[in-house]
Ligand binder design. Structure first.
Ligand SMILES: Cc1cc2nc3c(=O)[nH]c(=O)nc-3n(C[C@H](O)[C@H](O)[C@H](O)COP(=O)(O)OP(=O)(O)OC[C@H]3O[C@@H](n4cnc5c(N)ncnc54)[C@H](O)[C@@H]3O)c2cc1C
Ligand code: SF4
Ligand code: SF4
Ligand code: SF4
Length: 344
């Protein structure tokens, strides 16, 4: 009998400040026993847990959590191929080459998925919004990267349990793609509905994510109001893009106070557990790097190419990815470069 429960998450993840805030435990809990509030960096329980109240086996939250595993690999996950890519259809607010959006749009138009979990943003408050979209138009509206944190996988319940969708894609940072991999590999009964419904996992490169304090700090220290911001980027520094076409560049250490605590435990830069991984470092301007990791990922990428949604070419600067990826793992650039090129 699997009697792991949120109490084990509390001991191993919440109390050790390892929680990355992915929201997987909240999204899969059958009794809605877990929730986020403003006060803590991790979920809380209302004590309606099946295990702790009624001794009924469950353990869904525990087996979905990406922070239960030790992540210390020197490698960069499975790699079939690496491309530089750009969307051939207009994606107005694309972060890099608009490729994540175009791969999803192609999948929608070919009826290979019936929904996608993405991260929208309230353009007035700049607060991120985990959301579930069902059309290629809606996915285009959700383009761009959100550098302020929100627990995206809590949207799993809405998509799969409430709306009964059975072929969805999930976009997320590396920690989110690890939660998705754990759900897909799990044999826990409660997780089987999620396992069978997630058809595609799209991962983003990631060095860190920020708490809402970032928005407060921009307002109080720099006089920038959220509605004046058009977007963010991280390129060795934090870039705040403003609607008046100017930008503010801040050293990352200044934004460091707003970095989520769980990110300190993270060693995955390239979303090693995804079907396809996407980033900007290593690509030329206006393009996205795409790492193909699985046959499923390759199928979706080739579909997007053959339907005229994206173009693919070689010439990615692997050393640039190795530099940041190696730093996050605490290994040398040379070792990281070898690990990346050996697999590609
Ligand atoms: C927090 C964060 C940190 C990043 N750090 C780096 C980095 O250091 N180096 C690097 O090369 N690339 C980084 N990236 C990835 C990069 O910003 C782009 O997302 C990537 O290059 C894909 O660009 P695109 O134009 O193809 O994506 P787009 O077509 O713009 O689509 C992006 C998709 O991602 C979804 N999304 C946006 N933010 C989030 C989020 N927080 N969680 C889940 N889904 C989200 C959007 O809803 C959209 O569907 C980071 C992304 C994030 C979110
Ligand atoms: S009911 Fe299941 S998923 Fe919810 S807290 Fe308890 S063990 Fe975790
Ligand atoms: S890492 Fe994700 S699954 Fe684990 S406790 Fe935190 S929010 Fe829940
Ligand atoms: S740095 Fe790691 S823990 Fe933090 S958001 Fe990125 S992938 Fe998740």
């Amino acid at each position: 009998m699997d009697l792991f429960s949120y109490k084990d998450l509390q001991r191993e993840v919440w109390d050790t400040e390892k929680c990355c805030g992915c929201g997987a435990c909240v999204g899969v809990c059958p009794t809605e026993a877990l929730y986020f509030n403003e006060e803590t960096d991790h979920p809380k329980s209302n004590d309606y847990c099946k295990v702790t109240r009624d001794a009924v086996p469950c353990a869904a939250c525990y087996h979905a959590c990406p922070r239960i595993e030790e992540t210390c690999s020197d490698g960069f996950g499975d790699i079939i191929s690496i491309f530089e890519s750009k969307s051939k259809v207009p994606v107005l607010e694309a972060q890099s080459g608009g490729v994540v959006t175009s791969v999803l749009a192609a999948a929608f138009e070919s009826n290979l998925i019936d929904g996608a979990i993405v991260m929208g943003v309230d353009k007035w408050s700049q607060l991120p919004q985990p959301m579930f979209v069902q059309t290629s138009d809606a996915v285009i509206q959700a383009a761009g990267s959100r550098y302020v944190w929100a627990p995206i996988l809590k949207a799993l319940r809405d998509a799969i349990e409430d709306r009964k969708l059975r072929k969805i894609a999930v976009v997320g940072t590396p920690c989110v793609t690890t939660a998705v991999r754990r759900i897909r590999q799990s044999n826990v009964d409660v997780l089987s509905i999620y396992k069978n419904a997630i058809r595609l996992s799209l991962g983003l490169f990631c060095t860190e994510i920020f708490t809402n304090n970032l928005l407060d700090d921009l307002r109080t220290t720099h006089g920038i109001k959220p509605w004046e911001i058009s977007g963010f980027d991280v390129k060795g520094k934090l870039i705040v893009k403003l609607r008046n076409q100017t930008r503010l560049e801040l050293p990352l250490k200044d934004a460091g106070a707003s970095k989520r605590r769980g990110c300190e435990h993270c060693v995955d830069f390239t979303s090693e557990d995804a079907d396809l991984s996407f980033g900007s470092v290593g690509a030329s301007a206006g393009h996205t790097v795409v790492i193909v990791r699985t046959d499923v990922g390759e199928g979706f990428l080739k579909l997007a190419e053959s339907t005229g949604h994206i173009e693919l070419k070689s010439g990615v600067d692997i050393a640039a990815i190795a530099k940041i990826g190696g730093k996050k793992k605490g290994i040398s650039v040379e070792k990281a470069k070898t690990a990346l090129t050996e697999r590609a």
